[in-house]
Structures are given as structure tokens and as C-alpha cells.
Write a protein that binds this ligand. Structure first.
Ligand SMILES: Nc1ncnc2c1ncn2[C@@H]1O[C@H](COP(=O)(O)OP(=O)(O)OP(=O)(O)O)[C@@H](O)[C@H]1O
Ligand SMILES: [Mg+2]
Length: 462
């Protein structure tokens, strides 16, 4: 403080200064309080009018020379201020101005480069507010994405990805090495519908807290696609730590969490996914208190069927049945239960391999996905869910009515494949999405049949 005040040409109060960050029971972290502390000190010695401080919010880290550095969380700070406090203005570091002004709403946001600027705001008022154009950020898209049109064969996996993207369902691809599992998952981003404004702000807040936004990219305008490495810790995946921070599942909020080589993840890391996969939130408990982070993501996972990857002795697999079972058992039943679409990715035939890719482009698939998302947003207009995967049991009763034939087919599937009640619900949700993809208001037998066919792992000897 002393150094920043002196370098900026301001006097420093004589003697020791006591600074009280009340209330004491809330843990404070980071350097964002530097600027308010400095301005408070200047108000204490009469350089700034005290009255002016009461309705102005400010954040910023001070360097020793009095310049102001950016802070983490500009966006959530601005949006929280706009919802609960009576604030006339917000002073932020220049690098936080875009994100803060996008979320500020009613009050103006003033970027300040150094302490002198901040004082000038209170004394002469010559600082201009920053206004960002929200629509402009929402309309930005990058065009250099890998395309589904490059994938050869694998019709079933491509279809499953389309269903997953359309209804927000979880999926698992199983198959030998080099058949395109990772390739297909990486193309999922290109067929996800654009985020609504509400979703954009929700997800961007998380990125802002972790300091992952900046001027130039103040908002996340496309759905996140996170693919953490399998060596990740449970804290890295779920969130937590001494000063709890969101993990990869929260960074995937409203987007995709891709876990490649699923069995390589530590089992305890995978098990902690169970709760967020069920309710879209994660609770982190620490001595200092409990924290809840949003974590509503679509899970996409990929794995080989056995340690060597080939599965079939005809293809050279030498894995013993015991080894195969141990490998698969790294994925627990309850986790598998939460995955709606089990997809076998098979070896390409010679003809497929030699032929040019003949699949649809991502743009064509995206058109269908977007149409289905429109149906869903009308369906759930009065609810706080965005897609079929988010339906509650009551929604299932309302939107997944079936005729007698369908009910019989379901009863048959439940008894023969020993499906859990959860798997049963999830089949209904997937059938709803498949019906939506054909623009059918009712769920018909063929829709249900296809949905059941994606539960293949419930039927095999897992
Ligand atoms: N269906 C396919 N169409 C076109 N190219 C493919 C296909 N499958 C694989 N390839 C080619 O092989 C490469 C490796 O594929 P990919 O990494 O997706 O395999 P994988 O199934 O994830 O294997 P692993 O189990 O070893 O992780 C791709 O980058 C691509 O060049
Ligand atoms: Mg792979």
C-alpha cells in the first residue's frame, strides 16, 4: 500500500494503519481488495470524499508502482452486485472491463489502469465507462473445427452422438484401438447447439472465477468441451482444495466432459462423478465450509473392450477372461447405469477403409440437433431444464406417454435385461429424444426399440 500510494504521488497516513476486512468469518482470498483498501485509506485522510465511496464497488490488485492488475472473477462479481446491492458504479482493472460490463446490467463499469485513474474518477470524474456489446460476443464462432464428414463408417457411433447432442445424454464408446473413438468424440463440439444467453453467463462465471476469461474473450460463447487426462486427481476433476475451486466437471457445465481411456482413470476419481451425474451439482465439503458448484455436463467416455484392445481371439486377442473382467470392472455398475448410450465402435471393413468418407457433415447434423433443441425449449419453457436428459420422474409421466405395445416391449426389456429403475427412466428419456429427432409427438415402438438397443452393456456379462 505504502509503496503504491507513494509512487502515485499520494501521501501515506502517518504511523501504523489498521485495516479491517469485516466480516471476519468469511474467508477472503486473492488481491482484489488492494484497490478498495488503497481508496479507503485515501478517503480516511480526506483525499477522496467518503460519501462517494459508499455506492461505488471496486476490485483490483495494486502493483508497487500503483498500476492496477486484473483479478479473477470479474464476471460473477459484477453479476452478483447487479442482483443484490444498490451500486452506482463499478471500478475494475482494464483487463476485466469486458467481462464485468457484460454482466453488470444496470450500473456502468469504469476501467482503471492505475491508482491515479481511480482517484480521478472520484475527484474529477473524467473516466469514461466501458460498454460491451453482448450480442456481438454471442454471434462469434470459430470455423476451424474438425468435421464429422471426415469419419469413415461408424454409422452407429455417429447416430449415437447425434442423439446425445440432441437430448444431452451420456454415452460410452467401446471398441478396438484406432477405430475412431477419440476422433468421433472430438467432433462432438461441432454438432452441439449454441448456448442460450442464460447458459452462456452460467458457464462463463465459472471460467471467470478461475481467471480463464480476458479482454478479447470475455465470455464463453460455445459449449465447453473438456477432456482431462486420466492421471487427474479427484480434486482436479470434482473441485475442492484448501481454498475450494471448481474442477473439470464444473468447467464442462452446459457442455461436454470427455473421458478418453475410461478404465485408466483411478476408480475413486470415477466414483465421485456419480452424484453430479445425477443432479447437475457438486457439493464440496471443507473445514472452512461447504461449497456448491454447478456441474451439469454431458459425459462422453471411450474405452477398449479389454487390456489388449482387440476383444476377439480371431483378431489376435490373447486376454484371459479373468483379465477382461478385471479391466471392465474398473467401471462400476452404478457409473455404467448412468450412461444412456452404450456404443460399440467396430473395425472398419476394407471397403470402408479404402473408400472416401461418405458421412454427413457436422453442419447437416447440427441442423437436426438444433431443431430438436427448439422442440425441447418449448416443452420445458416454464421449467429450469434445457433438454430431455434433465427430465424428472414427473416430467417422464407427462412427456413420455406410450401405447400398450411399447409398454409390453419395455416390460420385456426390464425383466430380460434386469434393468435398474434408473436405466428404465433413462431409456424413456432417450426414446423421447429419438422421437423428437423424427419430429414425432408420440414415442413409437421403433423409437423405444432403438433406445433399448443402446443399453447393450446391461445385457452383457459386465
Ligand atoms: N472411422 C474412421 N474414419 C476415418 N479415420 C479414422 C477412423 N478411425 C480411425 N481413423 C484414423 O485413425 C486415427 C486414430 O483414431 P482414434 O484416435 O480416434 O482411435 P481410437 O478409437 O480412439 O483408438 P484408441 O482406442 O487407441 O484410443 C484417427 O486420427 C484417424 O486418422
Ligand atoms: Mg482414443
Amino acid at each position: 500500500m505504502r509503496s503504491a500510494l507513494q509512487s502515485s504521488g499520494f501521501p501515506h497516513p502517518d504511523g501504523a494503519t489498521l485495516i479491517n476486512l469485516a466480516p471476519a468469518d468469511i474467508k477472503k482470498e486473492g488481491a482484489a481488495f488492494d484497490l478498495p483498501i488503497a481508496l479507503g485509506m485515501l478517503a480516511a485522510i480526506g483525499i477522496i470524499e467518503r460519501e462517494r465511496l459508499t455506492r461505488t464497488a471496486m476490485v483490483g490488485e495494486l502493483a508497487l508502482d500503483g498500476s492496477i492488475r486484473s483479478v479473477k472473477g470479474g464476471l460473477p462479481i459484477a453479476s452478483k452486485l447487479s442482483s443484490i446491492y444498490e451500486v452506482d458504479a463499478l471500478l475494475v482493472p482494464v483487463n476485466n472491463a469486458e467481462e464485468a460490463s457484460l454482466a453488470a446490467g444496470a450500473f456502468p463499469v469504469y476501467p482503471v489502469a492505475n491508482l491515479r485513474d481511480a482517484v480521478e474518477f472520484f475527484t474529477e470524474g473524467g473516466i469514461l465507462p466501458y460498454r460491451a456489446d453482448l450480442q456481438e460476443y454471442m454471434d462469434r464462432h470459430d470455423s476451424l473445427q474438425p468435421d464429422f464428414g471426415e469419419v469413415k463408417g461408424q454409422a452407429m457411433a455417429r447416430r449415437a452422438m447425434e442423439i446425445a447432442a440432441a437430448g444431452g445424454h451420456n454415452s460410452l464408446m467401446i471398441g478396438p484401438p484406432g477405430t475412431g473413438k477419440s476422433m468421433i468424440a472430438q467432433r462432438l463440439s461441432g454438432i452441439l447447439p449454441s448456448m442460450t444467453l442464460e447458459e452462456t453467463l452460467e458457464t462463463s462465471r465459472i471460467y471467470s472465477v478461475l481467471g480463464m476469461l480476458s479482454n478479447g474473450e470475455p465470455l464463453l460463447n460455445k459449449r465447453p468441451f473438456r477432456s482431462p487426462h486420466h492421471t487427474i486427481s479427484d480434486v482436479g476433476l470434482i473441485g475442492g482444495g484448501k481454498n475450494p475451486r471448481p474442477g473439470e466437471i464444473s468447467l464442462s457445465h452446459n457442455g461436454v466432459l470427455f473421458l478418453d481411456e475410461l478404465p485408466e482413470f483411478k476408480r475413486n476419481v470415477l466414483e465421485v462423478l456419480r452424484q453430479p451425474l445425477e443432479n447437475g451439482l457438486v457439493h464440496v465439503f471443507r473445514a472452512a465450509g461447504s461449497y456448491t458448484f454447478p456441474a451439469d455436463f454431458m459425459l462422453v467416455a471411450a474405452m477398449n473392450p479389454c487390456p489388449c484392445g482387440m476383444q476377439d481371439p480371431a483378431l489376435g486377442c490373447r486376454c484371459k477372461p479373468d483379465e477382461k473382467r478385471r479391466y471392465r470392472h474398473k467401471i462400476s455398475g452404478p457409473l455404467l447405469d448412468r450412461i444412456d448410450l452404450h456404443v460399440e465402435v467396430v473395425h472398419l471393413t476394407h471397403d470402408e477403409l479404402l473408400a472416401a468418407p461418405d458421412g454427413e457433415s457436422s453442419a447437416t447434423i447440427l441442423e437436426r440437433v438444433t431443431a430438436v433443441r427448439v422442440i425441447q425449449s418449448k416443452r420445458f419453457a416454464k421449467q429450469k431444464i434445457f433438454c430431455n436428459a434433465g427430465m424428472s420422474s414427473r416430467d417422464l409421466q407427462k412427456y413420455c406417454q406410450m401405447d400398450a405395445n411399447c409398454k409390453m416391449m419395455l416390460r420385456h426389456a426390464v425383466t430380460n435385461f434386469k434393468l435398474s429403475p434408473r436405466a428404465y427412466d433413462r431409456i424413456l428419456k432417450v426414446s423421447r429424444t429419438i422421437a423428437d429427432l423424427t419430429l414425432s409427438p408420440e414415442i413409437k415402438e421403433e423409437h423405444l426399440f432403438e433406445a433399448i438397443s443402446y443399453r447393450s452393456m446391461d445385457r452383457t456379462d459386465w
